[in-house]
Design a protein around this ligand. Sequence first.
Ligand code: SAM
Length: 207
Amino acid sequence: MRDSTDTGAGARYDRAYFDKWYRHPRHRVKSPIELLRQVRFVIHTAEWVLGRPVRSVLDVGAGEGNWQPVLKKLLPRVKYDGVDPSTYAIARYGARRGLHLGGIEQLNALPLRDTYDVVVCCGMLNYLNVAQFTHGMAQVAARTGGVAYLEIFAKGDAFEGDTDWPSPQPAAWYKRVLRRAGLLPIGMQCYVAKAEQDRIARMERDW
Ligand SMILES: C[S@@+](CC[C@H](N)C(=O)[O-])C[C@H]1O[C@@H](n2cnc3c(N)ncnc32)[C@H](O)[C@@H]1O
């Protein structure tokens, strides 16, 4: 399978891309308060599932690593690893925010922990082709020790921002891939790995 470097992601997600979608007043899709709300939601959900504070987060397709400073404020001792194929983002924020150069297809080749309390794929899964998505979900499932937060827009969903991506698949397709990867939905784009299913109620397990 071609990886994200072959498909040009390293150069495509350049400074102009991030200036437009993260800083331009007309195009920016998320405000700092929305980001804070989103990060808090994911962390609190994972802590409820784990029954303890979150200690480690893997942010796949992390971009400039926007989640990192927010996480550090909420959880000063959290171990954070971000992964992204953007050479611009890694050059600018890699050392400061703990970002590694690579794609979702390459997690096994990177110096990462075996598992993380939280795995985040925010605003990046829709950019992947079928092979990248399918392979990527297996890798994400293997690293999920608590909760995976997987933002996916399916066919028929309303979305805003950059939509220069492959046509979304029907929801049933994404569900099938996630189920095969061993990820169980617990609502609001959060999932637990099948091995951890005892942590969730039968009502959600047998849906
Ligand atoms: C809209 S940005 C999201 C960034 C960040 N997750 C956030 O929420 O701000 C999409 C990101 O997906 C990344 N991306 C594209 N293809 C990827 C791949 N195959 N594996 C991992 N990340 C990828 C891009 O480099 C870009 O940083």
